[in-house]
Ligand binder design. Structure first.
Ligand code: NAD
Length: 491
């Protein structure tokens, strides 16, 4: 059986107390690897290594252009290893290989993007309102960054944090998800090969308690970059009351997709399928509340059911598989219970709602569509993180907007219409950080990603992110030919 060690200060190690976890392959339900887990000793060692690398040695002395070159090399190695990295992520998390391989290939572009930004971080000379003063600002690294990621897209969610953090000159302790840590240790191997100095990137794993708490509350951590669920985020915010770290939070969603009767139906159905069954529904931007205008409701639902019935469920490593297993047994139970509750609350099950036939092992659940008569239904209110679509209908644009905004979350949203004016009106009116019009689930390193409301305060990707990993330093220089005046002599 494969065993993964932690990567601290450029070296591979097990926990001092020998603690380790067993990682389960969701497609089989069986343990396939073990990984060392960090306790207090390892968290302290990792943060100390990151602090040393930040303040002294090759990384601290490296200029921004050299940092950019190193990040570029990391991108190249990720692209070269994308098949292997994608495969390990699939075995560990159950996410489809066709998605993990493609996503990991694209992750290289995130490092290239931030590599390019490394030497474009500029300060300013200020038009100051005082005589004889030259004042300028510099943007300097914040310090040690604790990057905490969930299991569902770790290579990608690591890139959106490490890309800007390293470009800006910070050092990092990355905590991989305890549910699927293997890909991050393979990533650490590539970081090592790229030639980052010891301590610049440290990769550990462990449970939220104590590892996540110790890391995010550590006195020498200055920045916490978190992606995960809202409940965990509340812990993170409490943890950072200890160190006043700057925090960014990328949380869950319950994104609406609105289909108006003037929409291209095929396109809308493709968007809804991508939004609900892509990544087996285990996506923070899953468009799991689908609002269909009454006149086309029957037609759209029929097409969705037909398409859901044709989905190829299977081994996530196989190229033709379209929906794979859920990541954990707990997640399977959560989905199953939620769908049962929805039916009790009045939803009509149109397809799915059970384990697919022939899949007695592994955490499989059939693509499910629920026709929901109202919004007070569990699958309409709560994030599912599985292949469960809740469909509702509306009559007017105002009603559609009101229903779409009736959620604690505000991450993504989709609008399908052929009316440009409506597309603009509705995009403005929806309370979400991202709106996709006549498309869904498209991302880029160039486009900011993040939400409103309980989807968390934080933006990743895009040019501004680089500044989220710096702080300004203001330098005042007296340029008068006279020495500084006596402060007690009024002039
Ligand atoms: P999670 O919140 O359970 O765990 C995320 C990470 O936080 C893990 O590494 C975990 O060990 C760590 N953690 C747990 N307790 C902690 C604590 N007290 N202190 C510090 N760290 C702690 O999330 P998950 O189940 O792995 O992932 C699913 C969630 O992530 C969903 O809600 C999903 O929507 C969200 N997500 C959001 C985005 C986004 O960009 N907005 C992207 C992907 C996933």
């Amino acid at each position: 059986m494969k065993h993964y060690q932690m990567y601290i200060d450029g070296e591979w190690c097990d926990a001092a107390d020998g603690a380790k976890l067993e990682s389960i392959n969701p497609a089989t339900g069986e343990v396939w690897a073990t990984a060392a887990i960090a306790g207090e000793t390892e968290v302290n060692r990792a943060v100390a290594a990151a602090s040393r690398a930040l303040n002294k040695g090759p990384w601290a002395e490296m200029n921004a252009t050299q940092r950019g070159k190193l990040l570029h090399r990391l991108g190249d190695l990720i692209a070269q290893n994308s098949q292997m990295l994608g495969e390990i992520e699939t075995i560990d998390s159950g996410k489809l290989a066709r998605e993990t391989r493609a996503q990991t290939g694209y992750v290289a572009d995130y490092y290239y993007y931030f590599a390019g930004l490394a030497d474009k971080i500029q300060g300013a000379t200020l038009p100051i309102d005082k005589p004889d003063m030259h004042v300028y600002t510099k943007r300097v690294p914040i310090g040690v960054v604790a990057a905490v990621v969930p299991w569902n897209a770790q290579m990608f969610l690591t890139a959106t944090k490490l890309g800007p953090a390293l470009a800006a000159g910070n050092t990092v302790v990355l905590k991989a998800s305890e549910m699927a840590p293997a890909p991050m240790f393979e990533f650490a191997r590539i970081v090592d090969e790229a030639g980052f100095p010891a301590g610049v990137v440290n990769v550990i794993t462990g449970y939220g308690e104590p590892c996540g708490r110790l890391l995010t509350s550590h006195a020498d951590v200055a920045r916490v970059a978190f992606t995960g669920g809202p409940e965990t985020a509340r812990h993170i915010v409490r943890n950072t009351a200890e160190n006043f770290a700057v925090v960014s939070l990328e949380l869950g969603g319950k994104s609406p997709i609105l289909v108006f009767d003037d929409a291209d139906i095929e396109g809308a159905v493709n968007g809804i399928i991508a939004g609900n069954f892509g990544a087996t529904g285990q996506s923070c931007v899953a468009g799991s509340r689908v609002f269909i205008q009454s006149g086309i409701r029957k037609q759209v639902l029929e097409k969705l059911v037909e398409r859901a019935g044709q989905i190829c469920i299977g081994d996530p490593l196989a190229d033709d598989t379209q929906v794979g297993p859920l990541c954990t047994r707990e997640q399977l139970e959560h989905i199953s219970e939620s769908v049962d509750d929805a039916v009790r609350e009045g939803a009509k099950l149109l397809i799915g709602g059970r384990r697919p036939e022939g899949f007695d092992s592994g955490w499989y659940y059939s693509p499910t569509i629920l026709d929901c008569p109202h919004q007070d239904i569990r699958t309409v209110r709560e994030e599912m993180f599985g292949p469960v679509l809740s469909a509702l209908s509306f009559d007017t644009e105002e009603e559609a907007i009101e229903m779409a905004n009736n959620s604690d979350f505000g991450l993504g949203s989709g609008v399908f219409t052929s009316n440009v004016a409506r597309a603009l009106r509705v995009s403005d009116a929806i309370h979400s950080g991202i709106v996709w019009v006549n498309t869904y689930r498209v991302i880029s390193p160039i486009a900011p990603f993040g939400g409103f409301k309980n989807s968390g305060p934080g933006r990743e990707s895009g040019i501004d992110t680089i500044y989220d990993y710096t702080r300004t330093k203001t330098v005042w220089i007296n340029i008068s030919s006279e020495p500084m005046a006596n402060p007690f002599t009024m002039r």
